[in-house]
Design a protein around this ligand. Structure first.
Ligand code: CU
Ligand code: CU
Length: 346
């Protein structure tokens, strides 16, 4: 028997239905029942959702109804945005301690997700170093499954964090040390590489990894945006999309930036199950540095597409004050949470 909730087709059908009522979508996904609903049960659930949406008809509300409490999650997307973890520099070695833990998070109002986390955050801490430094990461697995830390960059096999090579699979209660040099400069990422790989990443084990060029970059208001999604019913497709985990967080509370100040966005695509993601900003254009490994921008554009694991640096200035939307240009992702505002002030 076909399960209504188990395929992208049904997900899109739900979206179509909601659009017809002019309703806000995340509410719908807060109501999506877990897999296993069949036939009449499923139809009844769909009707219930349609009724809920009819109740919001014409409200013109974009975004979620309700709010995720950052205190419950233990992290706030607004803090993650400008939080760069430079670790501790000791005797010429830059060092971090990272703990993997099972940790339940709320990804949209009322939508809980049993995540696997690095340092109880999704995304994990944004690790930041300077080109050429020696880096040491002490990894402790406090979770219930084997995990690793696999860094993008240039290093020896023994530090690659892949099962079977060096400190590959780190079992629950075990620890490992990864040591390598910070190269090349740019914007990279790290993630778990245990199998099944898609699940270990989708559960939340990823983070941004910034290596600054030796000469640095021009001063700017810097922020990290890790594009992600959550498969809340384990059907290998995402029901919730976001930047830095919480759907619509930057709609509810826009990101404040100063008019004419240089804004630098470290944009990482950590999405699983969907092959591409994108970033689009309204009423503006940005310089784009793919992977951040060259100091000259490749593009001057307003939309950039990233495949899985792809990332790049965006630089822009807002010439006018006001509210400017940014969102995935994959419209479906935008409506399911990947949408926000910049609030440009004097
Ligand atoms: Cu893992
Ligand atoms: Cu990777």
């Amino acid at each position: 028997m076909r399960k209504l909730w188990d395929s992208k087709v049904s997900r899109r059908r739900l979206i179509g239905g909601a659009a017809a009522t002019g309703a806000a979508l995340p509410v719908l996904h807060g109501l999506v029942p877990h897999e296993g609903l069949h036939g009449q049960e499923a139809e009844a659930a769909a009707e219930h959702i349609a009724e809920r949406h009819a109740a919001h008809r014409g409200s013109g509300h974009l975004g979620a109804i309700g709010r995720v409490d950052p205190r419950a999650n233990g992290f706030d997307p607004h803090e993650i945005l400008r939080d760069f973890d430079e670790g501790i520099l000791l005797g010429g070695v830059r060092e971090w301690e990272i703990v993997a833990e099972d940790w339940e998070i709320e990804v949209a109002p009322g939508v809980k997700y049993a995540a696997w986390t690095y340092n109880r955050r999704v995304p994990g801490p944004t690790l930041r170093a300077r080109e050429g430094e020696r880096l040491r990461i002490r990894f402790i697995n406090g979770g219930t499954h084997p995990h690793t830390m696999h860094f993008h960059g240039i290093h020896r096999a023994a530090s690659d964090g892949v099962p079977g090579i060096g400190p590959g699979n780190v079992g629950p209660g075990q620890s490992a040390v990864y040591e390598f040099d910070a190269t090349p400069f740019g914007l990279h990422l790290y993630h778990c590489h245990s199998t099944p790989l898609a699940e270990h990443i989708a559960k939340g084990l990823y983070g941004a990894f910034v290596i600054d060029p030796k000469g640095g970059r021009p001063p700017a208001d810097e922020m990290v945006m890790v594009m992600n999604g959550f498969d809340t019913n384990f059907d290998r497709s995402n029901e919730v999309y976001a930047v830095n985990t919480v759907a619509f967080a930057y709609m509810e509370e826009p990101i404040r930036v100063k008019r004419e100040e240089l804004v630098r966005i470290y944009l990482v695509n950590a999405l699983e199950f969907d092959p591409v993601n994108s970033f689009h900003v309204h009423a503006n254009f940005f310089d784009y540095y793919p992977t951040g490994t060259r100091l000259e921008p490749r593009d001057f554009t307003d939309t950039v597409v990233q495949g899985q694991g792809e990332r790049g640096i965006l630089e822009l200035r807002f010439p006018y004050t006001g509210r400017y939307m940014f969102h995935a240009h994959v419209s479906e992702f935008a409506e399911l949470g990947w949408m926000g505002f910049f609030e440009v002030v004097n």
